[in-house]
Write a protein that binds this ligand. Structure first.
Ligand code: 6PG
Length: 469
């Protein structure tokens, strides 16, 4: 397919996200060259693009797509993460010239992104790992984008990315968050927070359904009412929405007919794994990953449903208490996510700007919420020790809402209803709140059986106990 002019940017991969991003770029008047692993997808995509096809140029494969790009070439790959990205790089590499940029907009493992960046840099090629959030609608009308790579690639890509990004007030939700794998790491943590947020909503839904016996329509109304206050978020909004939808055939709430086995593609798990590797722990996120994994074992859960639970339970909290409990847990899960970012920033010398990250999550992405604007303000003010929990505004909110989280978790535990993520938030809060913790005993045990040594509170130095009684 010969074309007279050269396109500003290429999009390889015309699936849901790639297609939507190509249309978003085209709508902003940007000339886009497009191709797909399946060449038959290209004419189909162009036919579906209506008048936007004026800005789209279709190509049969990667080498011809490259030939349609102005230099230095910018090629956005929107393909499945893992082996397909390495395969596409291998196919592209002989046709690339120094200065060309490959942008990986998929949910890639940041370790792969670091490897690919370092490898391509040896040939003077740029590899940009970019987290894109917002699902199909976000990609089409304004995603939030977390960009890695160098200052040079950011300067080259910034005009187009700012044009297609979501906006909070007038601020585009895109930033160069740091070099090499930083963009994909920040996206991974975004997804971890997404997992925790979704899990906590599922736990609260479960309390209302199984503890209070409320129907989906009533639960939907509770979530809908939360949209008016500090809990306002995209995930609360869609939760209220999906709980309202009826199955066309049976007329029952569709959610009641959905099998309780959650899928996961890996980003939540990566957040938990990377947190542990960094000597951190994002327990609210780990709990969410675990809940999805355990949910997959439906046959086991059916068998285990005969195991005894508690005989009774204290009264279920009212909706206002659940709301306040959720507010506390959300602040704590976000605090955990930012602690993981902070640990990675130090480990990889990324110098992440947490206020800016919170800002670009205020619109376009899946975890967008009123809270993120408050967190951005808290980071701008510089929280003590860099900890969100210690920011004066967050301390006040936690003081007001943690009592409700305690009541919520207590009621759930007493009734035998699972709240792994909500209770993890509380466990985190109470652990950090204890200036004198209990790991002095752990140290004593370690020294007893392994002579690992310990430090004392009354003297400097490293000690061993003589453990005879
Ligand atoms: C987003 C989403 C998106 C997607 C993930 C998570 O930010 O737009 O996070 O990337 O939802 O793939 O999917 P899983 O729940 O399947 O892990």
């Amino acid at each position: 397919m010969p074309h007279s002019s050269q396109a500003e940017i290429g999009v390889y991969g015309l699936g849901t996200m790639g297609g939507a991003l190509a249309l978003n770029l085209a709508e902003k008047g940007i000339q886009v060259a497009v191709a797909d692993y399946d060449p038959a997808r290209v004419p189909e995509f162009l036919a579906q693009s209506g008048s936007l096809s004026d800005h789209l140029m279709g190509y049969q494969d990667l080498p011809t797509l490259l030939s349609g790009l102005s230099r230095p070439r910018k090629l956005l790959m929107m393909i499945p993460s893992g082996a397909p990205v390495d395969a596409a790089i291998a196919a592209l590499r002989p046709h690339l010239d120094p200065g060309d940029m490959i942008i990986d907009g998929g949910n890639s493992d940041f370790n792969d992104t670091r490897r690919r960046s370092a490898d391509l840099a040896k040939s003077g090629l740029h590899f940009v790992g970019m987290g894109v959030s917002g699902g199909e609608d976000g990609a089409r009308h304004g995603p939030s984008m977390m960009v890695g790579g160098t200052e040079e690639t950011w300067a080259a890509l910034r005009p187009q990315l700012e044009t297609i990004a979501a906006r909070f007030d007038d601020d585009p939700c895109v930033a160069h968050v740091g070099p090499d794998g930083a963009g994909h790491f920040v996206k991974t943590v975004h997804n971890g927070i997404e997992y925790a947020d979704m899990q906590m909503l599922a736990e609260l839904y479960g309390l209302m359904r199984d503890g209070s016996g409320w129907p989906a329509s009533q639960i939907s109304a509770v979530f809908e009412s939360w949209q008016e206050g500090p809990l306002s978020s995209f995930l609360v909004e869609i939760t209220a929405h999906v709980l309202k939808v009826k199955d066309a055939q049976s007329g029952q709430p569709l959610v009641d007919l959905i099998l309780d086995q959650a899928g996961q593609k890996g980003t939540g798990r990566w957040t938990a794994i990377e947190a542990l590797k960094l000597g951190q722990s994002a327990t609210t996120i780990e709990a969410a990953v675990a809940a999805r994994s355990w949910s997959a074992g439906k046959a086991l859960r059916n068998a285990a449903s005969s195991l005894p639970g508690p005989a009774g339970g204290i009264a279920m909290p009212d909706a206002a208490t659940l709301a306040m409990g959720f507010e506390a847990a959300r602040i704590l899960s976000h605090a955990q996510g930012f602690r993981v970012l902070s640990a990675a920033s130090e480990e990889f010398a990324w110098d992440l700007d947490f206020a800016r990250i919170a800002e670009i999550w205020r619109a376009g992405c899946i975890i967008r919420s009123a809270l993120l604007d408050d967190l951005a303000a808290a980071f701008h003010a510089g929280p003590p020790m860099g900890e969100l929990m210690l920011a004066p505004a967050m301390q006040n909110r936690l003081a007001a809402t943690v009592p409700a989280l305690r009541i919520t978790v207590l009621a759930a535990l007493s009734a035998g209803l699972p709240v792994p993520s909500l209770s993890a938030a509380l466990g985190f809060y109470d652990s950090l709140r204890q200036s004198r913790g209990n790991t002095n005993l752990t140290q004593a045990q370690r020294d007893f059986f392994g002579a690992h040594g310990f430090r004392r509170i009354d003297r400097d130095g490293e000690f061993h106990g003589s453990w005879t009684v």
